[in-house]
Design a protein around this ligand. Structure first.
Ligand code: TRP
Length: 330
């Protein structure tokens, strides 16, 4: 069996939160024990929405590396690198863009959703092409396994298509990646909206203090039908229950029954998830403190990882250029 190579990235637009953890980061932490692993700061792709606010990217790059290390990515097992420092990714994106049609991109659900309300005047070339650069992210390092949340599946499907097309057109030098979809469905926000997202202000970040966890859970929405404890509840619409499923799944069936029968109160439910989240985040807090005190070590981890990745990128691009007959004039 082929040894898998795992890869994922995060757009550098803010700190990571529980949604990222449940949807992908947790998987990465487990997979690094088994497979060769790469994780990168998608700073170039952050520009698709933040080209006019690059300081946001600068201000969050270190936060995200600390999130990685705090969550349990180990520098000796996972190579951490910066996308913009691997120019070969941009080069591969350019080559791919020659045989990807605008229609393939327009039908991508993320692009569709984002461009629904805006005209072509406001649909940026880089944003439209995001999935192409994501395909290059995955292909340049020949990743075989990409742990993602469900919302990323269309991007992965397109990446597979692009790789297949490249291999058909030129020579089979690239590897078709597989998506590894997290078992946790997309995490809903503390306000009950469909997605935990920084722009909605409904997140719990991975650097949350104990007080912040207590506060955010206390303020979180629950089933509005439950005014008194004995009112029967609807766990499927309750954010707190979604967190039980995501973080203490073994206890979820019993909590579901208690909620539906009105034998467990919302307050008790909240106390249980607060304790569970504190248990999850407190070791992260310790690791974060360790690395926060060692800034140079963090720089070295990222720059070593970037250097290793760059040599890999150079190797792949030699093959790519040769396959495309771009090795001109010797
Ligand atoms: N699009 C991903 C997200 O928004 C981030 C990302 C960029 C990515 N390139 C990638 C994930 C390559 C996996 C592999 O979460």
């Amino acid at each position: 069996m082929m040894q898998e190579r795992v890869l994922t990235g995060d757009r550098v637009t803010g700190k990571l939160h529980l949604g990222h953890y449940a949807g992908s980061l947790k998987n990465r932490v487990a997979l690094q024990e088994q497979y060769e692993s790469f994780v990168f700061l998608a700073d170039v792709q952050a520009l698709t929405t933040h080209f006019d606010r690059p300081e946001v990217i600068r201000d969050h790059a270190r936060d995200i590396v600390l999130d990685y290390l705090a969550a349990g990515l180990k520098p000796e097992k996972t190579t951490i690198y910066v996308q913009s420092l691997i120019p070969e990714i941009a080069e591969l994106t350019m080559y791919f863009s020659m045989f990807v049609t605008v229609n393939m991109l327009r039908h991508n659900p993320t692009v569709k959703a984002e461009s629904k309300n805006s005209s072509l005047d406001e649909l940026y070339y880089g944003f439209l092409g995001y999935p192409v650069s994501q395909a290059a992210d995955i292909a340049f390092c020949k990743a075989t396994l990409v742990p993602v949340g469900e919302d990323q599946l269309p991007h992965l499907e397109l990446a597979r298509k692009i790789v297949r097309r490249f291999n058909e057109l030129y020579r089979p030098v690239l590897v078709e990646p597989k998506a590894l979809v997290s078992e946790t469905p997309r995490l809903i926000g503390t306000d009950g909206s469909a997605k935990m997202s920084k722009s909605l202000g409904n997140t719990i970040t991975l650097d949350a203090s104990a007080e912040e966890i207590v506060f955010k859970i206390r303020k979180a929405k629950t089933d509005p039908a439950r005014i008194r404890k004995h009112d029967p509840g609807h766990p499927e619409i309750c954010p707190i229950y979604a967190y039980h499923q995501a973080f203490i799944s073994a206890e979820a069936p019993e909590i579901r029954e208690g909620c539906e029968r009105g034998t467990i109160s919302c307050t008790a439910c909240k106390e249980r998830i607060t304790a569970a989240l504190e248990q999850l985040i407190s070791p992260m807090r310790e690791r974060r403190a360790y690395y926060t005190e060692r800034q140079q070590l963090v720089n070295d981890i990222v720059m070593d990882g970037t250097q290793r990745t760059r040599s890999l990128a150079r190797e792949t691009m030699l093959e790519v250029r040769e396959a495309m007959s771009l090795n001109l004039f010797g």
